[in-house]
Design a protein around this ligand. Structure first.
Ligand SMILES: Cc1cc2nc3c(=O)[nH]c(=O)nc-3n(C[C@H](O)[C@H](O)[C@H](O)COP(=O)(O)OP(=O)(O)OC[C@H]3O[C@@H](n4cnc5c(N)ncnc54)[C@H](O)[C@@H]3O)c2cc1C
Length: 333
C-alpha cells in the first residue's frame, strides 16, 4: 500500500511513503493460542498501523477464531494445511515469504520463542533483510530497544530495512486484551512441501504445573541442589505456591532436570510476580533470564553470592533447611 501526496505547484510526487501494516505470526498448538502472542500483538500496536495476525497450522480454525477476538487485530489470515503439521520451519518460512510477496507488510513480528526464533531468521534471509531479534521496546516504527551482552547493555537499534522482521520478548510487553472482532480471510498462497525434512511425531512433556514462561511464581534450583532427587523439595514448595519450577544451566547440564526448565540467556526468559532462586549463584547469564521478575527471593549459603545483588529478599542459609521450613510454614497458613 502506498500513500501519495501531490502538490499543486509542481504536480510531482513529493512524498511516497508506505503505510504501516504489521503481520503478527500467532503461536499456538492448533487448539489454543500461546499467551506470548498477546504480548507480541501489544508490541505491534506500539509500531502503529494495521495489524493482521496469521494463523498457520493444521486444523487450527479454532485458533483463528480466538485471535479474531483480540483487541488491536484488524484481520486474521488463516493458513490451514496438513503440510504445516509440526510447524516445520523449512515449510513455514517459504510460505511466509510467498505471503509477504502478496501482502507487502512493513513489519513481521513473532514471539521470541523456540518457534519464532526458528522461523523468522530464515524468513529474513529469504527476504534478504537483517532480522531484529528479541526487542524489549518500540520507540517508533523503525527504532527498537533490545538487550545485548547477556542483558548487560541496552541497544537502541534503527532499521532501514524495507520490511522489518522482528522477534519480541514477551515479558517486556503487556498482554493484549480480548474484546476485538476481526474478520478472517483464508490465505490462498500455495504451500510447498520440504524435500529436506519431514514431521514424524512429537513427545510432549505433560505437567499439571503452570507453564514456566507464563507462571505468576517460579521456584528455580541451581547446582546447590546437588542432585535431581533433591528437586522434590522445590516441587513441594512450588505446589504450595502454584508455581512453575525452573533451573540454572548448571543444574540442567548436570542432568538434575530436563533442559526445558532452564532459565537464562540460553534458556527461557521469565518475569513472574515472584522468583525464588534456590542454590543459584546468580551468574550474569542466569540473571539475563529472570532479572525482570517483580520480586526476587534468593536462598544461598554464600553471603557473597551475586544473586543477592538483584534479590529483593535474601536468605543466607542452607537450602536443605530453609526450603522445607518455608514449605511447612506455607502449609500451615
Ligand atoms: C554462553 C553461555 C550461556 C549460558 N546460559 C546460561 C543460562 O541460560 N542459564 C544459566 O543459568 N546459566 C547459563 N550459563 C552458565 C552460567 O555462566 C553459570 O555457570 C550458571 O548459571 C551457574 O549455575 P548455578 O548458579 O546453579 O551454579 P553455581 O554457580 O555453581 O552456584 C551454585 C550456588 O549454590 C550455592 N549452594 C551450594 N550449596 C548450597 C546449599 N546447601 N544451600 C544454599 N546454597 C547452596 C552456592 O553458594 C552457589 O552460589 C551460560 C554460560 C555461558 C558461557
Amino acid at each position: 500500500m502506498f500513500r501519495v501526496r501531490h502538490t499543486t505547484v509542481s504536480r510531482s510526487i513529493k512524498v511516497l511513503k508506505r503505510c504501516k501494516s504489521t503481520l503478527v505470526i500467532a503461536e499456538h498448538n492448533n487448539e489454543k493460542l500461546t499467551p506470548c502472542t498477546l504480548n507480541t500483538i501489544t508490541a505491534a500496536t506500539k509500531i502503529g498501523g494495521d495489524i493482521s495476525c496469521l494463523v498457520v497450522g493444521s486444523n487450527c480454525s479454532k485458533v483463528a477464531e480466538e485471535v479474531s477476538q483480540i483487541k488491536g487485530v484488524s484481520k486474521v489470515l488463516l493458513a490451514d494445511n496438513e503440510a504445516f503439521k509440526g510447524f516445520l520451519p523449512e515449510i513455514v518460512a517459504p510460505f511466509l515469504q510467498a505471503t509477504q510477496q502478496q501482502f507487502k507488510f512493513t513489519h513481521i513480528l513473532a514471539p521470541a520463542t523456540a518457534t519464532g526464533k526458528n522461523i523468522l531468521p530464515r524468513l529474513a534471509a529469504k527476504l534478504d533483510v537483517s532480522p531484529i531479534s528479541e526487542i524489549t521496546g518500540v520507540q517508533d516504527d523503525s527504532t527498537f530497544i533490545r538487550t545485548i551482552y547477556a542483558g548487560n547493555a541496552v541497544q537502541t537499534l534503527k532499521s532501514d530495512e524495507p520490511v522489518k522482521i522482528i522477534t519480541v520478548r514477551g515479558t517486556s510487553f503487556e498482554s493484549a486484551a480480548v474484546g476485538g472482532k476481526a474478520s478472517t480471510e483464508k490465505v490462498s498462497v500455495p504451500v510447498e512441501n520440504s524435500t529436506s525434512s519431514e514431521f514424524v511425531g512429537q513427545e510432549l512433556s505433560k505437567s499439571d504445573r503452570p507453564e514456566l514462561t507464563s507462571a505468576k511464581a517460579v521456584v528455580a534450583g541451581g547446582r546447590g541442589m546437588k542432585n535431581g532427587e533433591n528437586f522434590k523439595l522445590l516441587y513441594d514448595l512450588a505446589d504450595k505456591l502454584n508455581a512453575a519450577v525452573g533451573a540454572s544451566r548448571a543444574a540442567v547440564d548436570a542432568g538434575f532436570v530436563a533442559n526445558d526448565l532452564q532459565v537464562g540467556q540460553t534458556g527461557k526468559i521469565v518475569a513472574p510476580e515472584l522468583y525464588i532462586a534456590v542454590g543459584i549463584s546468580g551468574a550474569i547469564q542466569h540473571l539475563a533470564g529472570m532479572k525482570d521478575s517483580k520480586v526476587i527471593v534468593a536462598i544461598n549459603k554464600d553471603p557473597e553470592a551475586p544473586i543477592f545483588q538483584v534479590a529483593d529478599y535474601g536468605l543466607v542459609e542452607d537450602l536443605f533447611k530453609a526450603v522445607p521450613a518455608m514449605t511447612e510454614l506455607i502449609s500451615k497458613k
